[in-house]
Design a protein around this ligand. Structure first.
Ligand code: GL2
Length: 796
């Protein structure tokens, strides 16, 4: 690796000279990527070597999603060479930023859960902890969102670039994974061994990606498995072309539509494929007697998608390694831990027993036995029928994956204090009563190196010039910024940084969406998946109410605001797609109205992604976190905004509560129903929206516009929204909270007009954000769950 700009330039130029198309940015990208890979690979080998020599306990993080974002810039940053590479390239006439934009973005995740996994990878390596990711190498990743006439359409995205990609194919580590077939009793070395007959095998090929920690030295591995055709014979009667097609589908895309059986089978195949390939490899490569596995290996399952790891590890230990049930169970139960990320009913995975049994006959037998033994254990407990149901892994022909995950794990955590509390006292109360020591909270965090240091170099420099650079390694040291919260010069600099970031975003919006926005206006952003409970609907209806008032009330001329939306709807989620169309419809009206556009602008950033998020968080003044209280498990966007100095406008939900705990109610704008109130309404079914609308003329008007024409653009475009608001009694309390939401906006706007006071709030938010670094989160997992210890840095 190079220690100076000059050495880098020499080497870079020498390599570029050997290429044909020297002028093209693509060639520059290719040369630079190759150089970074070389630097990385040396440290990677060394890290693996040292882990082996030191016999360190290894963590494997199993996740169906890893939303990594672009890798080149992050690696340059973590290798500590970003500065001189950028300067060196500039002197040679190249713009590093433009080069970074050429990298195809791996969108191997949907939203928060997948991005969390990526932040964790960064923190593990940066804390020099031996933690690796295990996932799937989807060919497509998440779809590309394209608006047509305001509607979301989906186009396939291909991110894999075999030539320039970061992954290394490890053909020699491939293995075959069986599906279908039937189990027959067999005997091996004098013991019974179930034998799988007539199975269909799929080859799992690992691709390894280096995960570079800060300061370079530790390079961990993200291993993504790709499904390929196996050389084993096909079961009788299976047509080869069908087998090839089905095999390609396994790692073709994230979350195939599971509304039909074929889609369900495919999802289950993905899940088992990931678990089996990863576990077989872990067991085979272990550095200890099998009975000691739990002391040498920790496995974290990211939500229930990899919960089949529990029966699969049992199968490996018993069928392949000859262990008895009790011993195997003891190992599984001390190796695997589980994170729950949601209490939304629709997201709690359930699989039909018959489907599972058909696809994975041996695994199903093991799940049945886990269930039978657990039922036997709880038999003596004085429980009513409902409570017993809540403890059943298999019930009425359905396998409950969350229950399986809890029973098979030694630790179960929620992702924010409120969420964990709801799990313990409501959603998983019976399980928590039975296993009182299993449940605990670990609040999420985000990689401050990506979301502050890399996304916002201007703010990072300002922070460093004020308090030194310790915060980069120890983000809690951002505390030191409090000293500057009343320093007018610092506050002005902070404001200048924000304006600079807003200008950059405004330029991007102009270039890509052809909308001109005013960087002096309040940038108010809601960027996340589109979902009923996240209430983008409340946001857009409120904007429409402001618009109505601007038109009808000559004295109402509010401070200019730019409302920014970003996010994708699941392709089959009709309601969310209607909300997207609605936002675009209101945007068209407002942005083209000569009077309104002096006060309001609306921008829906198309095809929201990690790299676009990196532009929006630093440029935002206001962080919209307005989910129905109790529904958002944590949220992590809220933390990224906070780190970049945006002020939270939110409900008492998820990690918002902990943000307010950090900054105080004076430095956030909180409104609306509490989780307790929401749950009370739900229990009593006592919320009736017409009671509210009746007394609020502005709400009546907006509902009429929505339901009767000017916004609906024809009945077909809002039928799912109508169904929710009218027929289903507004399950996410949009109409109940919207007036309080409007009041919170008013408070916020008057606060913004005092710019020094606003910057002071901003400083408090940045200063208190260190606790939301995923370094803190990972240290908690390591101390409380995985027990990884830390590699002394002199060994590295
Ligand atoms: C989620 C939660 O909805 C979100 O609140 C949380 O921050 C993340 C990470 O813990 O997990 N659960 C989930 O299934 N997705 C999330 O984003 N997709």
């Amino acid at each position: 690796m190079f220690s100076s700009k000059e050495r880098f330039k020499e080497n870079f130029v020498a390599r570029l000279e050997q290429r044909e198309d020297k002028e093209s940015l693509q060639t520059v990208y290719s040369v630079l990527t190759a150089m970074v890979k070389e630097w990385t690979y040396d440290d990677w080998e060394q890290t693996n070597q040292q882990y082996k020599e030191q016999k360190r306990k290894q963590l494997y993080y199993f996740s169906i999603e890893f939303l990594m974002g672009r890798i080149l810039g992050q690696n340059l940053m973590n290798l500590d060479v970003h500065g001189f590479v950028e300067e060196g390239l500039k002197e040679l006439g190249f713009d590093l930023h433009a080069i970074e934009e050429l990298e195809p973005e791996p969108g191997l995740g949907n939203g928060g859960l997948g991005r969390l996994a990526a932040c964790f990878m960064d923190s593990l390596a940066s804390l020099q902890l031996p933690g690796h990711g295990c996932g799937l190498r989807y060919k497509g990743g998440l779809f590309t969102q394209v608006f047509q006439d305001g509607f979301q359409t989906e186009q396939p995205t291909v991110w894999i670039d075999e030539k320039e990609g970061w992954g290394i194919r490890r053909e020699e580590l491939s293995l075959d994974i069986p599906f279908f077939g039937s189990i027959e009793p067999g005997i091996e070395s004098n013991r019974l061994k179930p034998v799988l007959k007539d199975a269909e095998w799929i080859k799992a090929v690992p691709y390894d990606y280096p995960i570079v920690g800060a300061a370079g030295k530790t390079v961990n591995t993200l291993r993504l498995w790709q499904a390929e055709v196996s050389s084993r014979p096909l079961p009788k009667g299976k047509p080869r072309t069908l087998y090839e097609q089905e095999t390609a589908e396994v790692t073709d895309r994230l979350y195939p539509d599971a509304s039909l059986d074929a889609g369900k089978i495919l999802r289950l195949k993905q899940q088992y494929f990931l678990c089996s390939a990863s576990l077989q490899t872990i067991v085979k490569n272990r550095d200890c007697p099998l009975s000691d596995l739990a002391r040498h290996v920790a496995i974290q399952i990211n939500d229930t998608h990899p919960a089949l790891a529990i029966p699969e590890l049992m199968r490996i230990l018993m069928d392949e390694e000859g262990m008895q049930w009790e011993e195997a169970w003891g190992i599984v139960n001390h190796t695997i831990s589980y994170t729950n990320h949601t209490i939304l009913e629709e997201a709690l995975e359930k699989w039909s027993s018959s489907l599972l049994e058909r696809l994975l006959p041996r695994i199903y037998m093991i799940i049945q036995e886990i269930d039978r033994r657990f039922k036997e254990k709880t038999q003596q407990e004085p429980l009513d029928e409902w409570q017993r149901k809540k403890l059943a892994i298999i019930e009425n022909g359905v396998v409950h994956m969350a229950t399986l995950a809890v029973v098979g794990s030694y630790k179960v955590n929620g992702v924010a204090k409120l969420h964990t509390e709801i799990l313990k006292v409501r959603e998983m109360k019976e399980l928590n009563d039975h296993f009182p020591h299993k449940f605990h909270n670990i609040t999420n965090g985000v990689a401050h190196r990506r979301w502050l240091l890399k996304a916002n170099p201007e703010l990072s420099s300002l922070i460093t010039s004020a308090v030194g650079d310790e915060w980069i390694r120890e983000p809690i040291k951002l505390h030191k910024l409090h000293r500057f919260s009343k320093d007018p010069a610092f506050l002005q600099d902070l404001q200048a940084v924000k304006i600079a970031k807003k200008r950059q975003l405004a330029d991007y919006i102009k270039t890509h969406q052809d909308i001109i926005v005013d960087p002096e206006s309040v940038f108010d952003a809601q960027i996340k998946r589109i979902h009923g409970y996240k209430r983008q609907l409340m946001n857009i209806l409120h904007i429409q109410m402001l618009y109505n008032r601007i038109l009808s009330d000559r004295s109402f001329r509010p401070y200019p605001r730019t409302f920014i939306f970003g996010g994708k709807a699941a392709p089959s989620y009709r309601y969310a797609k209607e909300v997207i169309k609605l936002i675009n419809t209101v945007a068209d009206q407002v942005n083209n109205d000569p009077l309104a556009k002096k006060h309001l602008h609306i921008v829906f950033i198309e095809d929201y992604s990690v790299s676009k998020a990196e532009k929006i968080f630093p440029a935002s003044d206001v962080s919209e976190q307005i989910s129905t209280a109790s529904k958002e498990a944590s949220g992590t966007g809220n933390m990224k905004f906070m780190m970049n100095g945006a002020i939270t406008l939110g409900t008492f939900d998820g990690a918002n509560l902990e943000i307010v705990e950090q900054v105080g109610e004076d430095n956030a704008f909180i409104f609306g129903l509490t989780a307790r109130q929401v749950m009370q309404f739900e229990k009593e079914q006592s919320y009736y929206p017409p009671d509210i609308i009746q007394h609020e003329p502005d709400l009546q008007l907006v509902m009429a516009q929505l339901l009767e024409g000017s916004l609906s653009d024809g009945e077909g475009n809002i039928s799912a929204i109508r169904n929710q608001l009218v027929d289903c009694n507004d399950p996410f309390f949009v109409l109940k909270d919207i007036q309080q939401y409007g009041k919170a906006h008013e408070r916020l706007l008057s606060a913004f007009e005092n710019s020094l006071a606003w910057q002071e709030m901003s400083v408090v938010n940045i200063a208190q954000s260190g606790i939301f670094s995923s370094d803190r989160t990972i240290q908690e997992y390591s101390d409380e769950v995985w027990q990884l210890g830390r590699v002394p840095s002199n060994l590295l």
